[in-house]
Design a protein around this ligand. Structure first.
Ligand code: ADP
Ligand code: MG
Length: 334
C-alpha cells in the first residue's frame, strides 16, 4: 500500500485570539476535513469528487504536506508521514508531488520553462550540472508530451497556451519521478477542447510509470476516463467510495445519485431518474448533526438527523447512508 489515510481531519479555529481580546466568546471551528479514510496503490487513480467548499483542496494540501493534520494519520510506503517528513523532508517531497488548478498562478512568469521544470532538481540537491538539468527537463517535458521539448526550454509561461502551461506543471511534478501525484482540479480552468488531452495524459503517465494519482474534481464527467476508484466527498467526509464502475452503475448514497443525475451521461442507454437536490452546501463552520447531508436529502428519515453509519471498521460498507446500508424497511421497523 503506497498511501494510507486514517481518520484524517483538519479543523481551522477562527477568531480565537481576537474574540478573547475583545471578550467575545465566539470562536468558530471550520471542519474542512472531518474524518477521511482512503488508500491509493501504485498505478492506481483515485477520483475525489465533491462540490466546491467540501474540503478537497484542504485534503490535497494535507496529503502533500503543505498543512499539518488536526487529527488522524497519513502513512506513505508504510511509514508515518509526519515522521517521514521530519526525518527527511526532501525525500518526502521527492515522492509526493502536486499539480494545481491554476496553471497561470502556479508558474513564475519571470522564469523560463527550463528554470521552472529543473528547479525541483536544484532544491533536491541532486548535484546535476547544467547539462544534466537540461537533460532531465527535456525528459520530463517529453513525458508531458510537449514536443519537441527543446523548443519550450527558453520560453516563458506567457508564451504558452493554458493547456501547454498545465503540461509544464505536470512536467515539473514528474521531474523528480514521484510515486504519488495529487492533482487538484487540473482541468477546471482549461478550455473544453484541451481538457481531454490533459486527462488522457495523466492516465497514460499513471499506467506507464506506475504512479499513484489522486484526481480531484467537482465534475464527474471526466471521472470514468481516468479513475479506478471513486470517493464522493461532502462537507469534509467521504460519503461513498468504491470501484469507479460500481459507483457509477449503482450509486448508493442519495448525494452520489444526485451528482450523477446532474452529470451529462455519455451513454444514452442509461436513463437516470434520480432526485435532484436543492439548496446549497452548508457551511463547514456549521455542520448538520447526524448525516451531514440530511437537510438536503430527498429521502431522509428521522434517524438521519441524529446518526449515520460509518463506512469503516467492522462490517465495511460503501456509503455513510442509513437507507443504503440498512434499507428502508428495516429503518421503519426501528
Ligand atoms: P474545495 O477545495 O472542495 O472547494 P476547500 O478545501 O478549499 O474546499 O475548503 C473547505 C472549507 O474549508 C471551506 O469552507 C473553506 O472556506 C474552509 N477553509 C479552507 N482553507 C481554510 C483556511 N486556511 N482557514 C479557514 N478556513 C478554510
Ligand atoms: Mg478546491
Amino acid at each position: 500500500m503506497m498511501l494510507q489515510v486514517k481518520d484524517l481531519a483538519k479543523h481551522y479555529v477562527l477568531g480565537e485570539g481576537l474574540s478573547s481580546l475583545f471578550g467575545l466568546s465566539q470562536s468558530q471551528t471550520i471542519r474542512a476535513v472531518d474524518g477521511i479514510n482512503l488508500s491509493v496503490q501504485p498505478g492506481e487513480v483515485l477520483g475525489l469528487v465533491g462540490e466546491s467548499g467540501c474540503g478537497k483542496s484542504t485534503l490535497a494540501r494535507l496529503l502533500v504536506g503543505l498543512e499539518e493534520p488536526s487529527e488522524g494519520e497519513i502513512s506513505f510506503g508504510g511509514e508515518d508521514m509526519a515522521r517521514l517528513r521530519q526525518k527527511d523532508r526532501r525525500a518526502f517531497h521527492r515522492q509526493v508531488q502536486m499539480v494545481f488548478q491554476d496553471p497561470y498562478g502556479s508558474l513564475n512568469p519571470q522564469h523560463t520553462i527550463l528554470e521552472i521544470v529543473s528547479r525541483p532538481l536544484i532544491y533536491q540537491k541532486t548535484g546535476l550540472d547544467k547539462a544534466g538539468l537540461r537533460e532531465r527537463a527535456i525528459e520530463a517535458l517529453s513525458e508531458a508530451e510537449l514536443l519537441p521539448a527543446e523548443r519550450y526550454l527558453s520560453k516563458f509561461p506567457h508564451e504558452l497556451s493554458g493547456g501547454q502551461r498545465q503540461r509544464v506543471c505536470i512536467a515539473r511534478a514528474l521531474v523528480l519521478k514521484p510515486d504519488l501525484i495529487v492533482a487538484d482540479e487540473p482541468i477546471s480552468m482549461l478550455d473544453v477542447s484541451i481538457k481531454w488531452g490533459i486527462v488522457r495524459l495523466l492516465k497514460r503517465l499513471v499506467e506507464k510509470r506506475k504512479i499513484g494519482l489522486i484526481y480531484i474534481t467537482h465534475d464527474l464527467s471526466s471521472v470514468p476516463a481516468v479513475c479506478d476508484k471513486l470517493a464522493i466527498m461532502y462537507l469534509g467526509r467521504i460519503v461513498e467510495s468504491g470501484p469507479c464502475r460500481e459507483v457509477f452503475a449503482n450509486p448508493e448514497h442519495p448525494y452520489t445519485q444526485a451528482l450523477l443525475a446532474a452529470t451529462p451521461n455519455p451513454n444514452p442507454d442509461i436513463v437516470r431518474e434520480r432526485p435532484i437536490i436543492s439548496g446549497a452546501i452548508p457551511s463547514a463552520a456549521n455542520i448538520p448533526s447526524g448525516c451531514r447531508f440530511h437537510p438536503r436529502c430527498p429521502v431522509a428519515e428521522p434517524i438521519c438527523t441524529t446518526d449515520f453509519p460509518q463506512s469503516r471498521g467492522k462490517g465495511y460498507h460503501r456509503t455513510e447512508c442509513h437507507l443504503a446500508v440498512h434499507g428502508k424497511q428495516e429503518l421503519a421497523a426501528d
